[in-house]
Design a protein around this ligand. Structure first.
Ligand SMILES: Cc1cc2nc3c(=O)[nH]c(=O)nc-3n(C[C@H](O)[C@H](O)[C@H](O)COP(=O)(O)OP(=O)(O)OC[C@H]3O[C@@H](n4cnc5c(N)ncnc54)[C@H](O)[C@@H]3O)c2cc1C
Length: 462
């Protein structure tokens, strides 16, 4: 509970309409897009929706003085419970801070407020021939602040990298309300510690990001999408491996197993050829038709050598968009297949992708669980999803064991727990094992320095 006079102080800063405390509002801010069980409910005591950095700063100062926990929140599309207010207090929603502050064409950089949607930043840049590449499947609703806080990746990571590769500087409000600027438009900058990077992937535990300065690149002149189908996942994995080994780096290359392929295509009433049990969706880009054709021909040859049963290049923008809509829709589509659904986010060295897929298939067989596989095969980031019914006797234990085995499989091939979704609540139990005691100690020292009262997104990561 937050005392009434403190709630009033906060209302004086953001306005009564932007400090919400009705039961319905509090419920609405108690969950995110992870599958963290809703019992017990993790409701905040107050939802605060500031409009400016100054308002964020004043709210943070009030919270600091009064020992109130603060959980930053973007669009709540996070997959690991990051924006769930585990200890109550304030849910600090950045959803009113959506402005594109500056599009600096000569320097090819954009400054966005934290609550701006990823797709809106992409579109604003694209309108000027500039390219902001990070494209999480959630980009129609995720925010730039959330993307930075999670160091989100996307389909194009294989060629263009992830969010951290584009962050040049940040405006961050610290736990006590102080406003800090990090980085800048300089390409070279070694003036002190790299504080910008410290906040990338910090999951709202070190400060509230209010603005982000993002590097842009020139928009590729042409793009096309390819669809390749295989009789099995092994062949699909081999094709991606062989393609990269041959020095062909597509903008994106995604793999889907049979379950994902079936449910995603059924939803869109698309037909798949008989015998298809895996699909690879690829985006290629370049400066002219000849560049695209040459890449496409080389990929077609690799696909044929790996036993492809269908190779198709999209013949129109609409067809290409349809292919990517299938991929973006998988996560929601497979969630309809079973009462419960646990989607992991392991990341392994690229050459270990085929091996870890085999290990996951064995884990499914061992526990008698349906584990579907899809992911960003080109960059080694895989989403094994366990479809289950937790109300069945013994199911919970089996699922938890299988998740542990999936993490162990990833670590055994030199990989890690999360490629893009972060640790949040759901991966906490496995975190220390993955990074080691010394790294945990160092991270906790950083946390203590920046958040001495432990008020920022408490209960996350550790
Ligand atoms: C269908 C679907 C597909 C997805 N696909 C992808 C994908 O391809 N790649 C990928 O990387 N992720 C993906 N995600 C996960 C999610 O969209 C990303 O993690 C995204 O970056 C979260 O953004 P958000 O604005 O929703 O943040 P939230 O979920 O609201 O918050 C995420 C974390 O960031 C913190 N945070 C949010 N805003 C701020 C801020 N301004 N300052 C400080 N901390 C903040 C929160 O406290 C929390 O810890 C997907 C999710 C869904 C539901």
């Amino acid at each position: 509970m937050i005392a009434k006079h403190i709630v009033q102080k906060i209302r004086d800063v953001v306005g009564t309409d932007n400090a919400l405390d009705s039961e319905l509002d509090l419920f609405g801010y108690s969950y995110d897009s992870s599958f963290v069980p809703l019992v017990p409910l993790n409701k905040p005591d107050l939802v605060v929706r500031p409009f400016t950095t100054q308002e964020v700063s004043r709210v943070m100062a009030i919270a600091f003085e009064n020992d109130i926990p603060v959980t930053p929140r973007g669009a709540a599309s996070g997959r690991t419970g990051g924006s769930v207010p585990l200890k109550g207090g304030i849910s600090l929603s950045l959803d009113r801070m959506t402005k594109l502050v500056e599009l600096d064409e000569p320097n090819m950089m954009a400054t966005a407020e934290a609550g701006m949607r990823t797709v809106d930043l992409y579109n604003a840049c694209a309108a000027k021939g500039l390219f902001y590449p990070p494209d999480p499947a959630s980009w129609k609703f995720s925010t730039i602040g959330g993307n930075v806080a999670e160091n989100s990746g996307g389909m194009r990571a294989v060629k263009y990298g992830v969010t951290k590769n584009y962050v040049m500087g940040l405006e961050v409000v610290l736990a006590d309300g102080a406003v800090m600027q990090t980085g800048g438009k300089m390409i070279k900058n070694v003036t002190g510690y790299d504080l910008t990077s410290l906040f990338v992937g910090s999951e709202g535990t070190l400060g509230v990001i209010t603005r982000a300065l993002m590097r842009l690149i020139a928009m590729p002149k042409m793009r096309n999408s390819l669809q390749v189908m295989f009789p099995g996942l092994d062949e699909g994995c081999r094709m991606i491996h062989d393609m990269l080994q041959a020095g062909i780096v597509p903008a994106a290359s995604e793999i889907l197993d049979k379950t994902c392929l079936t449910v995603a295509t059924e939803k869109r009433k698309m037909k798949i050829p008989p015998g298809a049990a895996a699909a690879v969706i690829i985006e290629i880009d370049g400066d002219d038709e000849a560049a695209l054709e040459s890449q496409s021909n080389r990929i077609k040859a690799v696909a044929a050598s790996c036993g492809a049963i269908l190779f198709r290049a999209a013949s129109s923008r609409q067809e290409a968009d349809e292919l990517w809509a299938i991929r973006r829709g998988i996560s929601s589509a497979i969630a309809t297949l079973a009462p419960d659904h646990f989607s992991e986010d392991i990341s392994v060295p690229r050459d270990q992708f085929p091996e870890v897929v085999k290990l996951i298939q064995k884990i499914g067989e061992k526990y008698g669980l349906l584990i579907t596989v899809y992911g960003h095969a080109g960059d080694g980031n895989l989403h094994p999803s366990i479809l289950c019914d937790m109300s069945l006797p013994g199911e919970k234990e089996k699922v938890h064991q299988a998740i542990e085995d999936i993490f162990a499989a990833s670590l055994s091939v030199g990989g890690t727990l999360s490629g893009e979704h972060g640790i949040g609540i759901t991966k906490r139990p496995y975190f220390a094992h993955a990074v080691g005691d010394v790294a945990v100690r160092t991270m906790k020292a950083v946390k203590a320095a920046l958040d001495p009262k432990g008020l920022l997104n408490p209960g996350k990561i550790w």
